[in-house]
Design a protein around this ligand. Structure first.
Ligand SMILES: Nc1ncnc2c1ncn2[C@@H]1O[C@H](COP(=O)(O)OP(=O)(O)O)[C@@H](O)[C@H]1O
Ligand SMILES: [Mg+2]
Length: 279
């Protein structure tokens, strides 16, 4: 069982939301989809491996609909329900670049996780978004410690430069030290922010995605590049990094080495790039 803990929110994807004219109507294609990095990873894993999602949604209609969608996708969803479900507006421009307006709502209030929900975890994946608030940071750190103690692996996606900076060096380093991830995932901007903050990776395998450029993999002191089949017609990159994480984790759990796992991650990411919203 792969367990993913973090956000499940509504994504309002605005295709053609690159340049807005203030004070008037801006016609665009607007789609309401399931979002949240952790939920996206869980859905991308589901066709390949048993997966459980743990998170928090509001006690509201949209929260129930989102959980239903995860279950329909084959995800074992365990959620705390209180308050208001989070929502993110994603403005997608002509080249697929995204600008986000974020309100994590209930996701940001994740409380201590029922230990029973962690039973059977072979691998735990955590996007950094979940570590933004102090309460959910404690819940996630405790869950990671409990899962690691059973011998399971943990992966951490650095997820967002804004979240990294908000945490700052000390809190971010404390997260890495306490959850001791076997794999740390980042994109080029997050890797630069990690270097700038002086983050020490300890023994983690370091996987840096660089868009259509080769993925950098640093494992056991050795650095190498893994070629990516470049997508020229990117429609929307929402969830591509989450699809990468899903592909990587499933491969690694199946015994693939970090390079092979990065290749599997890139292949799944390509699929997300060619559709609106996440997989
Ligand atoms: N043009 C492209 N061709 C192929 N793969 C790409 C391209 N652009 C991005 N990717 C892949 O999509 C994924 C995006 O991951 P990341 O940068 O973490 O995105 P996100 O912002 O969704 O978290 C990576 O696996 C990256 O290699
Ligand atoms: Mg990412």
């Amino acid at each position: 069982m792969i367990v993913v803990i973090g956000d499940l929110v509504a994504d309002l994807i605005v295709l053609g939301g690159g340049s807005l004219e203030r004070g008037t109507d801006n016609p665009a294609e607007v789609r309401l989809t399931r979002g949240g990095s952790a939920a996206n990873v869980a859905v991308a894993v589901a066709p390949q491996h048993p997966v459980r999602f743990i998170g928090r949604v509001g006690d509201d209609t949209i929260g129930r609909a989102l959980v239903g969608e995860l279950e329909a996708a084959g995800v074992d969803a365990r959620v705390q329900r209180e308050g208001r479900t989070g929502a993110i507006v994603v403005l997608v421009d002509a080249v697929g670049e995204r600008t986000m307006i974020t309100d994590r709502g209930a996701s940001a209030e994740l409380a201590a996780i029922d230990p029973g929900w962690l039973a059977g975890a072979e691998w735990l994946h955590l996007p950094l978004y979940g570590f933004a608030g102090r309460a959910s940071r404690t819940a996630l750190t405790d869950a990671a410690a409990a899962v690691s103690a059973t011998g399971a692996q943990v992966s951490l996606d650095l997820s967002s430069v804004a979240t990294m900076r908000e945490l700052g060096h000390d809190a971010l380093q404390a997260v890495v030290d306490r959850i001791a991830p076997t794999v740390l995932l980042a994109n080029a901007d997050e890797a630069a922010a990690a270097a700038e903050l002086g983050l020490e990776l300890r023994d983690a395998t370091w996987v840096v995605k660089r868009g259509g450029e080769p993925v950098l993999v640093e494992h056991a002191g050795e650095r190498s590049e893994v070629a990516v089949r470049r997508v020229e017609d990117v429609l929307d990159s929402t969830g591509a990094g989450d699809a990468f994480a899903a592909g990587y984790i499933v491969a690694a759990l199946g015994g693939s080495d970090p390079r092979e796992s990065a290749r599997a991650g890139s292949e799944l990411a390509m699929r997300a790039l060619r559709r609106p919203g996440a997989l």
